[in-house]
Design a binder for this molecule. Structure first.
Ligand SMILES: Nc1ncnc2c1ncn2[C@@H]1O[C@H](COP(=O)(O)OP(=O)(O)O)[C@@H](O)[C@H]1O
Ligand SMILES: [Mg+2]
Length: 440
């Protein structure tokens, strides 16, 4: 990753190890990274209120907080850029080290000798989860992001500081979270996700994409928690989630199919990860899938969005990935890391969290589905799929809705009348579809 600029802080001798009345000054002897830099911002939750309620306790608590954060910095190659109020800005040359520092610091904070006065405050009180203590003392939110910031020497301090968009995004990532939460931007997470063992197998939760204040592009966020702290429960992030997706529009009324729409909803409500709308050509599979997609998009219930694509012109695994990549807005090239486009799409889907992908017309590429859809199911455990096909996919845990034809209007009855009748009774004029596990 990035190189390092040799800097030794003039303040480096001001603090020793252990707890005590330390000055709030940086103590970094670590070299400042340059090039691709991983930035971490931290912030204490509810500090204004805590200062109001117990200023004496807060003074001691802040010293303790500073000590804990600094204690592990050198070990992980973290360069303390600066502090502002109770916030730290730290730079690492490695994303894995940055996340490791966050996770270890979260655990160390629990064990710190917080003043009793502070622990009596609701914002800093001890809380027990099923596996033990999950909160105790100051609750620190942390945000990790990476990029190539502008590096400058501060004229006054002679220290290296960072500027530019990366810095702003990193600060916003941190402030999006709740106290005790570690958020990692999708870009930083791409450097970390293969190293979960090194990180002590933390719990990872892809939260979807968010609008960060003043940041034009949506940023995908991943929550990472040490395995020992999985009992922590967080409120919603403090930023607006992007509810995105794309499903083609429809023209004309949909006749009937209300029961099938309800059946689809029931399938996903009951945890189905792969549903196939089955039926011969012209049965209305695409139309029904499109309607379902539009309803789900409008309901805004899928945090990762609802996306639809169709595979009529696809013949190979590459074609399938290209079509799905286009629908998801994931640019795939045929070189470098994209030599395995199915893997890349699986990771992209995983980064979107709770997402519905609708794939229309798969019958002529069924032989390629284990290498595409099958991989995506494995790589993106929260992603769910609706496909339309003339044949069952015969994939494990596939649920099949067998479409029956719409009833043919009786003599003298026009299609319009049939539609009106269907709308009057609020149900389909056709037999209801069946949602069942495929018999493979
Ligand atoms: N329930 C419906 N209401 C109105 N039009 C429908 C309905 N089902 C299908 N159609 C129309 O019938 C045609 C064939 O349906 P389509 O969904 O493309 O079938 P399939 O995907 O099963 O081959 C399309 O023009 C579609 O808009
Ligand atoms: Mg079709």
């Amino acid at each position: 990753m990035g190189s390092v600029l040799r800097m030794v802080s003039p303040l480096s001798t001001m603090e020793g190890p252990g707890f005590g009345g330390a000055p709030r000054r940086r103590s970094s002897t670590v070299a400042a990274p340059t090039g691709t830099v991983v930035l971490v911002f931290t912030e204490v939750q509810g500090s204004t209120r805590l200062w109001e309620q117990c200023s004496g306790g807060m003074r001691a608590a802040l010293d303790i907080h500073d000590r804990v954060l600094r204690a592990l910095l050198a070990e992980h190659g973290g360069y303390e850029v600066k502090t502002q109020g109770d916030s730290f800005m730290v730079a690492f040359p490695s994303a894995v080290e940055a996340v490791c520092w966050c996770l270890r610091t979260q655990q160390e904070l629990l064990r710190a000798p917080w003043p009793e006065e502070l622990l009596a405050e609701p914002d800093a009180a001890e809380e027990l989860g099923p596996g033990g203590c999950v909160y105790r003392g100051l609750r620190v939110r942390m945000g990790v992001h990476l990029g190539e910031p502008e590096c400058r020497l501060d004229a006054q301090t002679g220290e290296v500081d960072y500027f530019g968009r990366v810095v702003n995004v990193a600060a916003r990532v941190a402030s999006a979270g709740q106290g005790g939460q570690v958020l990692v931007s999708g870009m930083a997470w791409a450097r970390v996700e293969g190293e979960l063992e090194v990180l002590g197998r933390p719990r990872v939760h892809a939260l979807g994409e968010y609008h960060l204040q003043g940041v034009e592009e949506a940023v995908s966020l991943v929550e990472v928690l040490p395995a020992a702290l999985v009992g922590r429960r967080f409120e919603a992030l403090r930023v607006q989630r992007v509810l995105r997706g794309h499903v083609p529009g429809e023209t004309g009324e949909l006749i009937g199919r209300q029961e099938e729409l309800a059946e689809l909803r029931r399938c996903f409500d009951s945890g189905a990860r792969l549903v196939t709308l089955l039926g011969p050509g012209g049965m209305g599979k695409s139309r029904l899938a499109t309607r379902f997609g539009n309803l789900e998009l409008a309901a805004r219930t899928w945090e990762g969005g609802v996306w639809m694509c169709e595979l009529t012109d696809a013949a190979t695994v590459g074609d399938i990935c290209h079509a799905v990549g286009q629908a998801l807005g994931v640019a795939l090239t045929r070189s470098g890391e994209d030599s395995e486009p199915a893997e890349r799409l699986g990771r992209a889907l995983a980064g979107r969290g709770d997402v519905l992908l609708i794939v229309d017309n798969v019958e002529h590429v069924i032989q390629h589905l284990p290498a595409t859809l099958g991989r995506w199911r494995a790589l993106a455990p929260q992603a769910r799929f609706l496909v339309t096909s003339r044949e069952s996919l015969l994939l494990p845990e596939e649920r099949v809705i067998d479409l029956e034809p719409l009833e043919v209007p009786e003599e003298g009855e026009t299609c319009k009348e049939l539609m009106a009748a269907a709308m009057r009774c609020g149900c389909s004029s056709s037999a209801p579809g069946r949602c069942a596990a495929a018999s493979s």
